[in-house]
Design a protein around this ligand. Structure first.
Ligand SMILES: CC(C)(COP(=O)(O)OP(=O)(O)OC[C@H]1O[C@@H](n2cnc3c(N)ncnc32)[C@H](O)[C@@H]1OP(=O)(O)O)[C@@H](O)C(=O)NCCC(=O)NCCS
Length: 180
């Protein structure tokens, strides 16, 4: 990441506040139709089409904590997701069916041209229906609309097919350091 990639204060910035494309601020990028078929060249999955995938969709801390615990196999925590999501992230994507939140991804941001995919999670009961791919497609559309140039992700080996083949990421060198 380079420092000159960061926007100066006062530059037009993507919608970092807690609002949806329906109440966009002046200078926001053009709205993106998230209910449209994913623009990754693939048609919407039949089963997945009953699931609403939304940029900055509504979700409670409890809902995200339950989904995260299931996806990453840990006890349900009491984390506050909404404060960092609404104050630090470029945005997030939710997937919701009639029974509740079934998908989530956080799109974190360096303030400039780099956006980062974090905590991609789909509920077990609706996996392998294209919902994960749709979450990433919406994240990609909005990062592009926010004038980001790069979308980053890291993941374990077993998800190479998901991120490379289904979502369109390219392999690259990356580094990771465990701090504690
Ligand atoms: C990874 C995850 C988000 C994928 O969500 P999903 O909705 O099931 O994914 P999709 O249905 O969009 O998958 C599209 C394609 O990606 C590949 N894929 C998805 N999950 C995969 C897996 N676990 N292993 C191997 N390939 C996978 C398949 O090719 C799949 O197409 P197919 O079902 O026709 O074979 C979901 O399995 C999950 O929440 N896992 C636990 C949390 C996690 O590991 N998150 C990633 C952190 S980096």
């Amino acid at each position: 990441m380079s420092n000159d990639a960061h926007r100066a204060p006062g530059d037009p910035s993507p919608d970092v506040g807690d609002h949806t494309p329906d109440d966009a601020c002046p200078g926001d990028p053009a709205p993106v139709d998230d209910d449209a078929a994913p623009n990754d060249g693939t048609p919407p999955d039949d089963a997945g089409s009953t699931v609403a995938v939304e940029w900055r969709g509504e979700a409670t801390n409890d809902e995200i904590n339950v989904l995260h615990a299931e996806a990453f196999e840990h006890r349900v925590l009491d984390d506050n997701w909404l404060t960092p999501l609404t104050t630090l992230s470029l945005g997030w994507v939710t997937a919701r069916d009639e029974d509740g939140l079934v998908g989530f991804v956080n799109v974190i941001w360096d303030g400039g041209v780099h956006a980062f995919i974090e905590d991609t999670a789909v509920a077990e009961r609706v996996r392998r229906r294209g919902i994960g791919r749709r979450l990433i497609a919406v994240a990609r559309e909005h990062a592009t609309a926010a004038e980001c140039e790069w979308l980053h992700v890291d993941f374990d080996d077993h998800l190479r097919s998901f991120y490379f083949d289904a979502c369109g990421f390219a392999p690259t060198n990356a580094g990771l350091m465990q701090l504690r």
